[in-house]
Design a protein around this ligand. Structure first.
Ligand SMILES: NC(=O)c1ccc[n+]([C@@H]2O[C@H](COP(=O)([O-])OP(=O)(O)OC[C@H]3O[C@@H](n4cnc5c(N)ncnc54)[C@H](OP(=O)(O)O)[C@@H]3O)[C@@H](O)[C@H]2O)c1
Length: 325
């Protein structure tokens, strides 16, 4: 089945990607704002934008981390005219976000691209979350993405240009043991991205939903502290990616007008399987999805069964340990 269906599809996709790359927009001299730009994926995106000649503003709370990141981003600049700045703000505070975005529109330049990377994960089974942690996950990941978008979209619409990136996760497309709160909040970002796409399309504004796999960042290191064994076992096959790889893909996809941004073959399977009522990107993509969705469901079922077995084995192991105590 692989040879007859997936291999030809991958070859045609490769050729198509080469053609699409030529339509990549430039951010040289443009103002790019990155929330969560002081660490991990956000910092890597900010560095990459600076390497492409953009004026970059990073938003996060901790001033020390912001200053360190600002220095790193400045070193990546390719010309002396680039403006690199930082803003210490909690993205889940709407008034503060709106005021600061208005201010940097005046002091730096009109914002061309808003890349929402601020976010965090705490894992666990649903009954073990504290209410404070649940609210924190919703505030940072959901409101912290919605608020900067709400504040900047009127300006984008007025100028009839702009690009918005929302950073979700692969668990925005599929639920997973240990991610009940985080995954549902990232699912919400997909709803936000799809609705926003329809609202801003007539204005020529782009929307991209980034779906990073496990990425080697301080945030991921922190997330691992609360990860149940089941979650570790379920996600270990996906490997660990570098923030620079994720950042490059995010920028490439957003600047070529893609709706989903993902990395690797497994993510391609997941994203195609979950394409649902997401925006139509091209006739090519749509035909590809129509042809391969059926066979991909079969591959998906294989993974679901594998996941169920891992969870059941862990359950049996825990029950045995409990009995022997
Ligand atoms: N790493 C992964 O494996 C992975 C996988 C899938 C999706 N993601 C998503 O990718 C995004 C970046 O993750 P990462 O791993 O790069 O995280 P990270 O290294 O922990 O960086 C998170 C950034 O967000 C900022 N931030 C957190 N809370 C904030 C708030 N309330 N207001 C303003 N800034 C805030 C942090 O700075 P301050 O703490 O100083 O505010 C930091 O700059 C997140 O949305 C995450 O959910 C990550």
């Amino acid at each position: 089945m692989f040879l007859f269906v997936l291999l030809p599809v991958m070859i045609v996709t490769g050729i198509y990607k080469l053609i699409v790359k030529n339509n990549r927009k430039s951010i040289e001299g443009k103002h790019v704002v990155v929330t969560g730009g002081s660490s991990g994926i956000g910092k890597a995106v900010a560095v990459m934008a600076a390497k492409e000649g953009a004026n970059v503003t990073i938003l996060a709370r901790n001033l020390e981390k912001l200053t360190e990141a600002e220095e790193e981003i400045k070193k990546a600049c390719i010309n002396n005219d680039q403006i690199i700045s930082k803003v210490s703000v909690d993205v889940s505070n709407y008034e503060a976000v709106e005021n600061n975005l208005c201010e940097i529109e005046e002091t730096v330049a009109p914002i061309y691209m808003l890349i929402n990377c601020a976010g965090m994960a705490i894992c666990g089974v649903v009954e073990e979350y504290t209410i404070a942690d649940i609210k924190k996950i919703i505030d940072v990941n959901y409101l912290g993405t919605l608020y900067p978008i709400k504040a900047i979209i009127p300006k984008f619409k007025e100028r009839k240009e702009g690009i918005v990136v929302l950073t979700a996760s692969q668990v925005a497309l599929m639920g997973m043991y240990g991610y009940s709160v985080y995954s549902s909040v990232k699912f919400a970002l997909r709803g936000l991205a799809e609705s926003l796409y329809q609202e801003v399309k007539p204005y020529g504004i782009g929307v991209t939903l980034s779906l990073p796999p496990d990425t080697d960042t301080p945030g991921f290191e922190n997330e691992n502290k609360s990860k149940p064994l089941e979650t570790k076992l379920l996600s270990e096959n996906g490997g660990l990616h570098q923030p620079e790889t994720v950042a490059k893909k995010l920028l490439d996809d957003a600047l070529t007008g893609k709706f989903f941004s993902y990395i690797g073959f497994e993510s391609f399977i997941l994203t195609t399987l979950c394409v649902g009522m997401s925006p139509i990107m091209s006739v090519f993509d749509t035909i590809l999805q129509i042809i391969i969705l059926g066979p991909l469901r079969a591959i998906g079922c294989f993974y679901i069964n594998k996941f169920d077995k891992i969870i059941l084995d862990c359950y049996k192991e825990k029950s045995l340990t409990k009995k022997s105590q």
